[in-house]
Design a protein around this ligand. Sequence first.
Ligand SMILES: NC(=O)c1ccc[n+]([C@@H]2O[C@H](COP(=O)([O-])OP(=O)(O)OC[C@H]3O[C@@H](n4cnc5c(N)ncnc54)[C@H](OP(=O)(O)O)[C@@H]3O)[C@@H](O)[C@H]2O)c1
Length: 284
Amino acid sequence: MSLRQWQSEYCPMTEIKKVSVLGLGRMGSALAAALANEGHEVTVWNRSPKALPNTRSVATPQEAYKEADVVVTCLSTYDVQQPLLSENIKKLVNLTSGTPEQARATAKWAQDNGVEYVDGVIMAVPQQIGTKQARILFSGSQDHQVLQAFGEPVYLGEDAGLAALYDLALLGIMWATFGGYLQALALVGMARISPQQFTPLATDWLATVNTFLPEMGEETHHRDYETDVSALDINVAGLRLLAEAAKEQGLDTTVPQALHDLFQRAQERGHGAHSIASVIEVIR
Ligand SMILES: NC(=O)c1ccc[n+]([C@@H]2O[C@H](COP(=O)([O-])OP(=O)(O)OC[C@H]3O[C@@H](n4cnc5c(N)ncnc54)[C@H](OP(=O)(O)O)[C@@H]3O)[C@@H](O)[C@H]2O)c1
């Protein structure tokens, strides 16, 4: 007997749900498996037929909607998902990635069609689903019973677009970090320094960089960029050196050059003696 089945039998507040999952890609398969593992009755649909242990496969989305308390969607994009939606869905938990406006439009469609709507984003990889490391940010309806099977749900508010907004903002930090890390590996690699040699210093440095963020955030909030730490001028010069060093080694310069150009525009607007946080004035 699974923990979920035990809870359902002995704690009447916890129900086993009939849940249908649309999309059995890398993430959808992990979600369906986590739901089945929690004891929910899981029905699955995928474009290319796939079987998943402890779930029932159906041939069409409409069959998946029949009798389902909740429908979870995890498809590649909203363009793929949109034509599959139906007013026969009772409650939609949308875990397909999109923009805040796409989420809001789907919430409006749900409201117009009497469908309860939860918009969620998954801040984890499939291998982490069902563990505490998987943070599921959600907005719209506050009901998170199904999301609990996937990890730690964090409610952001009634605006259904908030989950997608946080998702893209957080992923943007990740992608920028990955871009910087790969640029660094390529650069030190030209001197035959291996990733294994370099990465411990990189992760230590990121821990230091982390400590700068709260103050930087405060500066952008108050639009007060006075600094006795590090002026934008010196950072523009540093980025120029990084781009030149990459060029000297015959490497691609897109990442340092893009940052250099952005920071330089803030410098040209008179922020040279200000902190790096002043770059937000150009971004805004
Ligand atoms: N993987 C991750 O680490 C991760 C993390 C967070 C969020 N997500 C989000 O989760 C969603 C799914 O990602 P994934 O990694 O599972 O992607 P994936 O492995 O590429 O799976 C994509 C899914 O979409 C389906 N699909 C694609 N085009 C379709 C079409 N025209 N009609 C019907 N179904 C179609 C695929 O069906 P077929 O099997 O038939 O191709 C498959 O079920 C994305 O929005 C992604 O951003 C993923």
